[in-house]
Design a protein around this ligand. Structure first.
Ligand SMILES: CC(C)(COP(=O)(O)OP(=O)(O)OC[C@H]1O[C@@H](n2cnc3c(N)ncnc32)[C@H](O)[C@@H]1OP(=O)(O)O)[C@@H](O)C(=O)NCCC(=O)NCCS
Length: 180
């Protein structure tokens, strides 16, 4: 457990943890998804290598969730991005995907998202971090740009005719021994 103020706690997210229910609830509220779909999404990602996730609590209220994993061929996100930037693109070779970062609306703009972001990227022992965010989500793009993310692909639709997503990358400053 990491404390960043008296009132805030960051607890690890795993499939077995009690935090999973809270994480799914936040995800469903922020993205307006149903719990079954959300559980499938969380459980699929949690089985990928180097999965790490956290839930942020303010007092006893869960207010934010973030997680990610190593991105590898055969994973849904990886294969779709690989068709756009090329499977041999250097940034896809040893990369950790920040799959989710979401704070409940009433708790935004209080630096909780920044703290959660920083905790996630600090534990990601990979030279490159990747994420996708909707092109229309200008607030999130400002947020990521301020946290060192840059554009790798300017935008494509994962599903024909649906929203365009921008691929962002972040180079880690430290030199890491790449995990097996
Ligand atoms: C993006 C997000 C995680 C930031 O969390 P946060 O706790 O508000 O972030 P901080 O307080 O540390 O920083 C505030 C910054 O977040 C962004 N932001 C604020 N409100 C936002 C909102 N309603 N939606 C999207 N981004 C927002 C802005 O860039 C803001 O910076 P600004 O001063 O330049 O406007 C949070 O707003 C959120 O959960 N948004 C909805 C889900 C989402 O867009 N996730 C990321 C894309 S996958």
């Amino acid at each position: 457990m990491v404390n960043f103020s008296i009132a805030h706690r960051l607890l690890p997210l795993t499939l077995e943890s009690p935090q999973l229910v809270d994480a799914i609830q936040i995800y469903c509220t922020v993205w307006q998804r149903d719990a079954t779909e959300a559980y499938d999404y969380f459980s699929t990602n949690a089985q990928y290598p180097h999965f790490r996730g956290f839930v942020v609590y303010v007092g006893n209220t869960a207010v934010g969730v973030g997680f990610g994993n190593q991105t590898l061929p055969g994973q849904w996100w990886h294969d779709r991005v690989a068709t756009r930037i090329g499977a041999v693109h250097p940034m896809l070779q040893q990369a950790w995907l920040l799959s989710e970062l979401a704070i409940l609306p009433d708790y935004r703009n209080q630096h909780i998202g920044s703290y959660l972001h920083d905790c996630l990227v600090q534990q990601a022992a990979f030279p490159t971090l990747l994420l996708t965010t909707q092109m229309s989500n200008h607030g999130a793009q400002r947020f990521y740009q301020r946290h060192g993310w840059r554009v790798l692909h300017s935008g494509f639709a994962f599903h024909p005719g649906q929203s365009l997503y921008r691929v962002l990358y972040r180079q880690q400053k430290a030199t890491f021994a790449i995990p097996d």
